[in-house]
Design a binder for this molecule. Structure first.
Ligand code: PBG
Length: 322
């Protein structure tokens, strides 16, 4: 016996031929934070990422299109907070305006996904309506559906509910269909954990809970079977795509769901995962390009069909994934 796996690693062309996983730019999604001000505000805990005006967003997305980065996920950042998250359901709100501007500038070259969640617009910072310390489930569903409809009417291709309330995929599907929008797809944040990895995002989106935490609706990181249950429920409710979030600490969950589900499974490489790499790279402790390539390929290897990542633009511009 002379079994030598090293033969297939002998030179670059050989390694390229046998590589099992490849990341095409069409699988990547770049998240964006849009705000009403007409300037750009750097987000300290997310180096290289900023809150942008609609005009700057349109330009930045145009630059990304030239790199082959065609998919965006939009988050609206507003300081208009209310009990019923009015700013989030306004058909002329920030995100609908941003969607219209992007569509007008870039047409169908661009795939627009919008995050659907109330946390950026509730006084409480919770993902649903808060009453006597509790996040109300069924009372929040019409607001989520209205928010999704406002994005879809503006031209979003995909709406992505991230609240983790029960029944929201069905409520949003009904809302879209009733509004005459049967072709808008739903990417459900179907398995979303209550995670410390969202820290930098909450700075970026000004969406931290003002009291308590999100453990009564987001999942317990210790649970794998429930993780599968959550995604399969959303598939049954009519989601077109599923998601696991965060990604890096949950590759086993991505693999399980990708085995069981019949629809695409996206991975969200979240803010804390991004910022850890950035911080270590800024200190000169790791090679950022190699580390990002390794991390993103690990998600694809686990079974993720799409990867939402703040690294997308830099990774493509720098040729890190080749
Ligand atoms: C809103 C939402 C969050 C993220 C995406 N949508 C934050 C949260 O649930 O607290 C996190 C994204 C990231 O960390 O990059 N509910």
């Amino acid at each position: 016996m002379n079994i030598r796996p090293r033969r297939l690693r002998s030179k670059a062309v050989m390694r390229e031929m046998v590589a099992e996983t490849r990341l095409h730019p069409s699988r990547l999604v770049q998240p964006h934070f849009v705000h009403a001000a007409d300037d750009e505000q750097a987000i300290e805990s997310m180096p290289g990422i900023a809150r942008q005006s609609i005009a700057r967003l349109v330009d930045a997305v145009g630059d990304d299109l030239a790199l082959g980065l065609r998919n965006v996920l939009l988050f609206g950042v507003t300081d208009e907070k209310s009990a019923d998250a009015r700013a989030a359901t306004d058909p002329d709100g920030l995100v609908p305006r941003a969607v219209r501007a992007l569509r007008a500038a870039h047409g169908d070259d661009l795939l627009i996904i919008t995050d659907v969640c109330l946390c950026g617009a509730t006084e409480s910072g919770h993902c649903g309506v808060l009453h006597e310390g509790k996040v109300l489930n069924d009372e929040s569903l019409p607001l989520l559906a209205a928010m999704a409809v406002s994005h879809a009417e503006a031209g979003a291709d995909i709406v992505a509910p991230s609240d983790m309330l029960d029944g929201r995929v069905e409520a949003i599907r009904e809302g879209l269909d009733d509004a005459g929008l049967p072709d808008t797809a739903i990417l459900s944040y179907s398995t979303k954990f209550a995670s410390a990895f969202y820290g930098p995002f909450r700075d970026a989106a000004d969406s931290s809970p003002q009291s308590g935490d999100r453990k009564s609706y987001q999942m317990d990181p210790r649970n794998g079977r429930e993780a599968l249950h959550e995604s399969l429920i959303d598939e049954a409710e009519g989601a077109d795509m599923l998601m696991v979030k965060p990604a890096l600490a949950y590759l086993d969950v991505i693999a399980d769901i990708a085995q069981e589900a019949m629809i695409p499974v996206a991975a969200y490489n979240v803010s804390g995962e991004f910022s850890m790499v950035k911080a270590a790279a800024q200190k000169g402790w790791v090679n950022e390009a190699l580390m990002v390539s390794e991390i993103l390929h690990s998600m694809a290897r686990a079974g993720a069909d799409q990867i939402i990542t703040y690294h997308a633009r830099e990774a493509l511009a720098g040729g890190w994934l080749e």
